[in-house]
Design a protein around this ligand. Structure first.
Ligand SMILES: Cc1cc2nc3c(=O)[nH]c(=O)nc-3n(C[C@H](O)[C@H](O)[C@H](O)COP(=O)(O)O)c2cc1C
Length: 229
């Protein structure tokens, strides 16, 4: 087969995929094509080494569906990584009096029909006092270059010093709480629920180890009322 006829086959297959999907999804062919041409499946179709072009349009369309599914799964996995790998600052209070600390335990999800963020704060933290006092808290995520600063804010206590002074972060007042100019994303959360993670209720011995001689965590569930970028 000549290069030209292979190319022609690839183009024909791409057209057939687009036509069939547009019909099925009740969308215009232009719309479907614009999306499809950005996909890995499309790239593979036009890469003769993958051999994808030797399959029928249904097979190629199924590959494209799989790619989309995988993308969705990656997004969900990312959510687990957001706290664990990226860390965040948990902040509560107002301009006159607030405190912030680094957190890497937390989650995002849905409860009582609301989008929520959950954080876990040891009762010994200074921030805990602010979490109890305030109706709102924020969870702020930062670009990678701020990780060192987050390390410091997660090892010094606002009870002993002015943590903000040399942090290099600029506190920013919001109508209901505080965040920082340098944050790339801030979740503004309204407290919905608080409960102690009673160490004697922890079923897994490995997790119970976190409380040998250390204060328990209180769990705070907050409704995400705003996402600031
Ligand atoms: C990466 C990292 C993650 C942390 N995650 C949490 C957490 O999820 N919950 C918590 O209670 N403390 C956590 N800490 C510890 C607090 O950030 C730390 O004790 C901080 O100094 C408390 O400050 P504060 O006393 O001013 O509130 C973490 C610390 C680091 C460095």
């Amino acid at each position: 087969m000549t290069d030209r006829s292979r190319e022609y086959t690839m183009e024909l297959l791409a057209t057939m995929v687009v036509e069939a999907r547009a019909l099925k999804e009740n969308r215009t062919q232009e719309e479907v094509f614009r999306e499809f041409r950005k996909s890995k499946t499309f790239e593979n179709l036009f890469d003769s080494n993958t051999g994808l072009w030797m399959n029928g349009p249904d097979y190629i369309s199924d590959e494209y569906d799989l790619e989309k599914e995988r993308k969705k799964m990656n997004f969900e996995t990312d959510i687990f990584n957001v706290f664990d790998k990226k860390w965040a600052l948990l902040t509560a209070g107002n301009k006159e009096s607030f405190n912030t600390m680094t957190v890497s335990w937390g989650g995002m999800g849905t409860i009582w029909g609301k989008p929520v963020a959950t954080v876990y704060v040891r009762t010994s933290r200074y921030t805990h006092e602010f979490m109890d006092r305030e109706d709102y808290f924020t969870v702020s995520f930062f670009p990678e270059e701020y990780k060192k600063i987050l390390g410091v804010l997660g090892s010094k206590s606002g009870r002993d010093m002015d943590k903000m002074k040399d942090s290099g972060l600029t506190a920013k007042e919001l109508s209901r709480s505080m965040t920082f100019d340098e944050a790339e994303v801030t979740l503004v959360c309204r407290k919905l629920f608080m409960q102690r993670l009673e160490p004697s209720n922890i079923l897994d011995p490995d997790s119970a180890k976190f409380y040998k001689g250390d204060a328990p965590h209180d769990m705070y569930i907050g409704e995400v009322v705003e996402i600031l970028r």
